[in-house]
Design a protein around this ligand. Structure first.
Ligand SMILES: [Zn+2]
Length: 293
């Protein structure tokens, strides 16, 4: 039995019972309800050498963007991008951010940041259904900043431009009746990373937010073993429910892409990977040639 099988919490897709029987054909059989199922982890779904996946995980943890790895010929750029996206999807699942955000009235999205015991949780907010959100809608200059609605909760409204989420904005922080240093620190760190994501798409925003939450909530830990465990313990079936399009290689080439230069950084799909440098605290300026529009 492979070593990884002993740490993976395989569970029946029907009744969630763990520890299924292994069948001779490689599938599994639930010991409770008898359902037969296959089980492919996010880790196993990427057909790269284990050493390459370890290295990519390490690069992700350290905040190295994909296009910085373009001269490494260990995997294609789309494969690396997919691997990073899988890591982010694992983070998003772990942080309960499984669904893409939906654009609200006025081309905005809203999220609620909750702090409990030093941990952060983020949930999407339906702008129309939230009484506290009324103050936001009438004051669009408040985008980008946490607006504390009590000591444990803050709302953040972000503007959309087309299908992209805008993280910038130096709007007012809202009524200063309350504050919460954990929420402020989290959002500052998340924002720092996302500000460089020019062209970050709404459809992937929950993945980036999941990464931000996961990094913040595990700020005192080495992320690499944690992420490896997530990759091995999360099925690709779960991941596919979180990622709208798990196969970026099948996307039509972006008009900015240069033919014959698939690793060229002028590629919208590669843009989100500029962010992790900010996570790592590196002060590197890549210039403005990655503009999304
Ligand atoms: Zn079952």
């Amino acid at each position: 039995m492979a070593a990884s099988e002993s740490v993976v919490m395989m569970e029946c897709p029907v009744c969630n019972t763990i520890r299924p029987y292994k069948l001779a054909d490689g599938r599994f059989k639930c010991r409770a309800c008898g359902t037969r199922f296959s089980w492919t982890s996010a880790w196993d779904s990427v057909r790269l050498e284990a050493a390459t996946k370890h290295r990519l995980t390490e690069m992700f943890v350290l905040g190295v963007p994909i296009y910085r790895l373009r001269h490494r010929k260990d995997a294609s750029a789309p494969t690396k991008e997919r691997y990073y996206r899988l890591l982010r999807a694992c983070c998003a699942l772990a942080e309960g951010l499984g669904d893409p955000f939906q654009a609200g009235p006025g081309g905005h999205i809203m999220l609620r940041i909750t702090e409990a015991g030093g941990k952060i949780a983020v949930t999407p907010v339906a702008i129309g259904a939230e009484p506290e959100a009324a103050g936001f809608i009438s004051r669009p200059q408040r985008t980008g900043r946490p607006w504390f609605i009590d000591p444990q909760h803050a709302l953040v409204m972000l503007a959309l431009k087309g299908e992209h989420v805008l993280i910038g904005g130096n709007g007012e922080a809202g009524p200063a009746t309350w504050s919460n240093p954990v929420i402020s620190a989290f959002w500052s760190q998340a924002r720092k990373g996302m500000e460089t994501l020019r062209g970050m798409r709404l459809r992937y925003f929950h993945l980036h937010l999941g990464e931000a939450c996961y990094r913040y909530n595990h700020r005192d830990a080495d992320l690499k073993p944690l992420l490896l465990a997530l990759m091995r313990g999360t099925t690709i079936r779960e991941i596919n429910q979180v990622i709208a399009d798990p196969k970026p290689a099948r996307l039509p080439p972006h008009p900015l892409s240069l033919p014959g230069l698939p690793d060229d950084p002028v590629n919208l799909e590669a843009l989100p990977h500029a962010a992790p440098l900010a996570w790592a605290g590196a002060a590197v300026n890549f210039g403005t040639d990655h503009a999304a529009e």
